[in-house]
Design a protein around this ligand. Sequence first.
Ligand code: NAD
Length: 517
Amino acid sequence: MDTHVHLLWLAGKEKEGQGDLIPIEDPATGEIFARCHSASSSDVEAAITAANDAYESGVWSRASRHHRADVLDKCAVLLAEALPELIPLESKQTGRVIREMNAQVPSLTRWFKYYASLLRVEERSVLPTVGKLHNFIDRAPLGVVVQITPFNHPLLIAVKKLAPALAAGNSVIIKPSELTPLTTLLLAKILRQAGIPDGVLSVLPGLGITTGKALVEHPLVRKVDFTGGTEAGRAIGKLVGGNLARYTAELGGKAPVIVFEKADIDMAVNGIVFGSFIASGQTCVASTRIIVQNTIIDTLLEKLKIKVEDITSRMGDPGKLHSSMGPLISERQLRRVESLVAQARETHLAIPLVGGKRMTGRCIFGRFDFAKGYFYEPTVLVSTKYNSITQTSIWREEAFGPVIAVVRFETEEEAIALANDSNMGLGSGVWTQDLSQAFRVSERIQAGMIWINTHHRNDPSSPWGGVTSASGVGSENGIEAYHAYTTTRSTIINYASPEESLESDDWFGGSRMVRYG
Ligand code: NAD
């Protein structure tokens, strides 16, 4: 695998960064398998200047929409051709099992195709202005935009943000997570081959507090699109607000999943484990608060325990197809998960039904050594007294690990109250075969995404964003994300003849009534 030193991608070329070298660790083995240059403030300045020059030149910002659509389609084609290189690298830097990456990375071509199609079919309004005026609306790109991405889905989140931003004609600088910058660098090279002009896209790896901060506070930046933790999202929002630039923030989650007695329990159990343990629980929509009707909770827990034990038994080397779940991204993240579970136990308010510790020892498929990486057992926590787990930190705080809390309810009202007991309204789920109940309950859940009898669905056309304070502002995907990368331009044409205009528009010509506004 890759032992190279990776350079910045600045305006269509590789370039050495002036910041410190970042070690890239394989979280499954603890091995530093690559190093990456990071961008200093002077690199940030150079990238922003190049981006602005490209924007002003019109090479992309004023290119015809058909040209931009053709290039985006080509991005999809070349991305598909590069999958054999992208998939193992994405798995290696994130620790996510190859099965997940085999499923996720090929799906990213759909984002380029979707926004290419949108460009081809977009219709623009003509407004009902009074008089002999023709008022039409067009959409113009914003200029230089910055995108900051997290470690958990490096390519998915980069592509989700890049496709609408490029479709709209902006110049983009993307800062990937310092933990996982390698596939975003590779993606930039692919997009250049597809026809994205130099200067329109730069990738600047680096730390948030140095490279990220220098990017988001730059006065030439007209929009910041951030995905990451709530704390960083708030800090960035203050800087972006100071420049009166636009801001989209996709932040934390603590997704509730309500399972009613009218649910198909086997289906619900499959949905819960997918929602909870994909990416080792490191997703913003991880189903971490499972809210189950009293009448079925014993059966559900029994089935859930069997399923979870099966996942644990098949964990191993993330590079192997049989491995079910990978490690956490870092030692720091492992410590956080361990400490939240320890706190829940020490208060005697919750205990593990299954799991609850770091994995050591060897995998059953061979000699893979869990102790070298940051593996944590998929874990289900339950209350010691009636719903006592709701008083613990693990109920409220994002663990970003494979740990879920199960509580019980008697009435629909109680279920809704438990679901809304969070300031992170991002993803949520409802399981019931009763359609009236599904609609009734879904309307009252405070979340940006509500999945009914399914979990964690993501499509380029479908809005993705939070609705409460700690889960962010704005949303990704769909026409809205494209619009959020544009500004409206209203053009009003007076088609009255000179005679008519002289008659009606000479405000200072006397006292008769002429046009105003
Ligand atoms: P993080 O906040 O630590 O880092 C995210 C990115 O922000 C990184 O690139 C980091 O370098 C940068 N950054 C951090 N502080 C910064 C600052 N002050 N200025 C500029 N840049 C800064 O998050 P993470 O640990 O990489 O990812 C996990 C978090 O992301 C979780 O909270 C998760 O819920 C959230 N997330 C949300 C979504 C969503 O769609 N809502 C999707 C994925 C992840």
